[in-house]
Design a protein around this ligand. Structure first.
Ligand code: ZN
Length: 450
């Protein structure tokens, strides 16, 4: 957290779904916003000027940080989600707690540069090669929490239960690093994890493929006892649905509902291939859905029913997942653009709705309900998008949110503030001095990615 109170002056800020000019944002040493005041035409003495549109920080609700090492190398040749997964599993064998920390620090620093102030790390790479326990069985998870701290962003570590290769199949050799053997052993290990000022701990079911049905309730109960969030990959591929039908005679969403996994603390990730009944189950339960449009198109997954899920009652949030790119504005835009391609109709989601998905709803899904709004009492997490770049110049300030969502990229992020601390200043990360070099070195250290 910042050590002193600080006053920021935003040239424009997004308050209550409106672009307001000249907004003072005062932060406390606790990392919270203490006051906001609009219509202040110039930065007062001592205030830090933020030129552009200041938005609530982006919450990247679904990340597997090590997938970042596959960028570009998986863009050669053809294949499917399943062939991509083979490359990812080979890479997973390379990581140690030290190399995981170095890579995660660099990736989280890239996220800070993209305006991301909080990440949900869906973490299943728990053990050493062959499944041997580290001296600290949570060495890998703690490396991720330390990496987020070193990069200056918040993290919710979604400690993931991953037990089987498929329905009724034991883990294959490349998956032994992921498995605790039983759900009870997963629960015991995960119980030793602790959060902190900028870290929280949640749970995840990798998928109905990787967690047997009779183990689902154990994970759900673990999360419920702690009032922790619970995430699960859901129906990313038709193949998962078909295998679930063969094993259980029902869809993955129905299986999760029948075992108490759905509910308002739960987030279903992807939710791409759903029946109308599935959409109703998720919506009625208040289960959030995390869409990952840049990954879903990168992996040829398909287009999820975003508008139908929203209409059914599911809050929508966003994640960069495999990090083919790390750009929450691209994720936000992708939700609307995919809906347009599927329906041949424009205008399903407003810029305001998409910004809420990129911020407030993502924070809620990650267990930080006090964040995601620029208002007193909220966490002082915000980011500033330039309005004078070649992509964003031209529109009047009243259309600044539309310019940010529909034209800006992560390269237009100029400032990122986390808990009142100025982590990215004028496009420069203040804690990781050379983020491209940190990425290059940490990825080059992994044999499978070269
Ligand atoms: Zn994922």
């Amino acid at each position: 957290m910042s050590l002193t109170a600080q006053t920021y002056w935003a040239e424009h800020a997004w308050l209550n779904d409106t672009v307001e000019p000249g907004v003072l944002i005062t932060t406390a040493p606790t990392g919270h916003i203490t006051a906001t005041r609009a219509d202040v035409p110039q930065p007062p003495p001592g205030a830090v000027a933020l030129r552009g549109l200041t938005l609530p920080g982006f919450a990247n609700a679904h990340s597997h940080c090590f997938h970042r090492a596959l960028r570009s190398s998986v863009q050669i040749g053809s294949g499917t989600f399943w062939t991509w997964r083979s490359s990812m599993y080979a890479l997973s064998q390379e990581l140690t707690p030290d190399s995981y920390f170095a890579l995660a620090r660099a990736v989280y620093a890239e996220m800070a540069l993209a305006g991301i102030t909080c990440v949900g790390e869906f973490h299943y790479l728990h053990h050493d090669r062959g499944g041997a326990r580290y001296g600290d069985p949570n060495a890998m998870g703690r490396a991720l929490i330390a990496a987020a701290s070193a990069a200056g962003i918040r993290v919710t570590l979604l400690d993931t239960c991953y037990l089987s290769a498929g329905f009724g199949e034991p883990p294959d050799p490349s998956q032994l690093r992921f498995s605790d053997g039983t759900a009870d052993a997963w629960a015991e290990r995960a119980a030793a994890l602790r959060g902190g000022d900028t870290a929280r701990v949640g749970a995840a079911v990798h998928s109905v493929r990787a967690v047997p049905a009779d183990a689902l309730a154990t994970v759900a109960a673990w999360a419920a006892e702690r009032d922790a969030v619970l995430h699960v990959h859901l129906s990313e591929q038709p193949g998962e649905n078909e295998a679930c039908h063969r094993a259980h005679g029902r869809t993955p969403a129905r299986l999760l509902a029948d075992h108490g996994v759905l509910g308002p603390r739960t987030t279903a990730v992807h939710a791409t291939h759903l029946t109308d009944d599935d959409i109703g189950l998720l919506g009625r339960a208040g289960t959030a859905v995390c869409l990952c449009p840049t990954t879903e198109r990168d992996l040829a997954d398909g287009i999820g029913p975003a508008a139908a899920l929203r209409a059914a009652g599911s809050p929508l949030c966003l994640g960069s997942d495999s990090h083919a790119v790390i750009d929450m504005l691209a994720e936000a835009r992708g939700v609307e653009m995919h809906e347009r391609l599927g329906s041949r109709v424009r205008g399903h989601f407003t810029a305001a709705q998409l910004l809420r998905a990129a911020g407030e709803s993502g924070y809620a899904a990650l267990g930080w309900p006090e964040a995601g709004r620029l208002e007193p009492g909220g966490l002082a997490d915000f980011t500033t998008v330039a309005l004078d770049s070649v992509r964003t110049a031209g529109p009047p300030p009243r259309l600044a949110a539309e310019a940010a969502v529909f034209a800006a990229t992560a390269a237009d992020v100029r400032h990122t503030v986390v808990g009142g601390r100025h982590v990215v200043r004028d496009g420069v990360h203040q804690l990781v001095p050379d983020v491209p070099r940190a990425l290059t070195r940490s990825i080059a250290a992994l044999g499978a990615a070269r």
